[in-house]
Design a protein around this ligand. Structure first.
Ligand code: PLP
Length: 294
C-alpha cells in the first residue's frame, strides 16, 4: 500500500543537463507543511498539473504525461519544465509506491507571490478502488460548457487545452451531475457538440468505428485516449477524431469515459437513455490499460 508523500522539487532550467537530479528533491510527508502561504497555485489556481496512474510501482505513460505538462506550461507562459528532472522525480516516487494502484501527481505552479518562482512538486498516494466502476460503468448527464468549438482559437487566454490547476469548474460539474442523479458528466459546446467529461475523455463506438472529439475544440488531449486508440488500431479497428453532434451520443453502440487512474469506465446511460455496454471490449481495454505501458 502506497503511503502519502511528496517530493518538493527545486526546478532547474530546461537546458540544464545533469545525469543525477536527486539532490534537487526533498521528500516530505504529505501531512507536513511544505508550501508558502504566498503560493499562487493555492491563491489563484495558477499552475498546471498531471495525474499519472501507477500500477505495482510502474508509472504509466510517463512520456506523454511529461509532454502534456510541457504543453500546458507553454500555454500558461510558465518556465519550460526540465523533463529529465521531472522524470527522475517520478521514478523516485514510483519506487516507493508498493503493490496495487497508486497515483502520482506532478504540480508546476507559478510560484510564490514576489518570488521564488516557479514552485514544483510531485505527490504520491494510493488510488481509489475503481474496480467496480470499470465493469458496472457510469450514468452520465450532458452539461453545457458555455463555449462554442471555436473559442480555444479565438480566446487562447481561456487556457483550454492546458491542464491547469483551476479545476473548480470541473468539480462543480461533477456535483451538478450527482445532483441530477448521475455519476459523471459530459460537457457540450454551446453550438451543440460533444467535448469531454470533467476529468476524462470520451470514446464512442459506432459499429467498427471508434470516434473521439477532436482535441482542437478546446479540450484536453487525453493520454489514456491515445493509449486506447493505439490498442484499437492494433486490433484492426478504425479509430479517429471528429466533431460529434450531441444528438449522436444516444445512438452510440458503446461509449466509455477514459482517464489515467480510473481507466475505462463504460457509459451505461446518457441523460436517462440507456446505452449498450460492450462488456468484453471494456474488460479487454482495462486489462490493456492495467498492463505496464511506457
Ligand atoms: N479531460 C479532462 C478535463 C481531464 O481532467 C482528464 C484527466 O484528468 C482527461 C480528459 C483524461 O486525460 P488522461 O487520459 O491523460 O488522464
Amino acid at each position: 500500500m502506497t503511503r502519502r508523500f511528496a517530493l518538493m522539487i527545486d526546478p532547474v532550467t530546461v537546458d540544464e543537463d545533469r545525469s543525477d537530479y536527486s539532490g534537487t528533491f526533498v521528500q516530505v510527508d504529505a501531512a507536513a507543511p511544505a508550501l508558502s502561504v504566498g503560493e499562487l497555485s493555492t491563491q489563484r489556481g495558477d499552475g498546471v498539473f498531471e495525474s499519472i496512474g501507477v500500477i505495482d510501482g510502474h508509472a504509466q505513460e510517463v512520456v506523454p504525461h511529461l509532454e502534456r505538462l510541457a504543453h500546458s506550461a507553454r500555454l500558461c507562459d510558465l518556465p519550460a519544465p526540465n523533463l529529465a528532472q521531472w522524470r527522475q522525480a517520478i521514478e523516485q516516487a514510483a519506487l516507493q509506491c508498493g503493490d496495487g494502484e497508486a497515483v502520482i501527481k506532478l504540480i508546476l505552479s507559478r510560484g510564490v507571490e514576489h518570488g521564488p518562482t516557479p514552485t514544483a512538486w510531485v505527490t504520491a498516494a494510493p488510488a481509489s478502488d475503481f474496480r467496480t466502476v470499470r465493469t458496472e460503468g457510469v450514468r452520465v448527464v450532458t452539461l453545457d460548457r458555455g463555449y462554442d468549438l471555436g473559442v480555444a482559437e479565438r480566446a487562447p487566454w481561456l487556457l483550454l487545452g492546458a491542464k491547469t490547476l483551476s479545476y473548480a469548474v470541473n468539480m462543480a460539474a461533477l456535483r451538478e451531475a450527482h445532483r441530477r442523479g448521475a455519476d459523471d458528466a459530459i460537457f457540450l459546446s454551446s453550438d451543440g457538440f460533444v467535448l469531454e467529461a470533467p476529468t476524462a475523455s470520451l470514446v464512442l463506438r459506432f459499429g467498427d468505428r471508434f470516434v473521439t472529439p477532436a482535441p482542437n475544440g478546446g479540450i484536453l488531449h487525453g493520454t489514456t485516449q491515445l493509449s486506447v486508440y493505439e490498442y484499437l488500431s492494433g486490433r484492426g479497428f478504425d479509430a479517429g477524431y471528429d466533431r460529434i453532434p450531441a444528438g449522436d451520443l444516444p445512438r452510440a453502440d458503446a461509449a466509455w469515459l477514459v482517464s489515467s487512474v480510473r481507466l475505462a469506465a463504460p457509459i451505461t446511460a446518457v441523460d436517462g437513455v440507456e446505452l449498450p455496454v460492450d462488456r468484453p471490449l471494456t474488460a479487454e481495454l482495462n486489462e490493456y490499460l492495467l498492463s505496464p505501458r511506457d
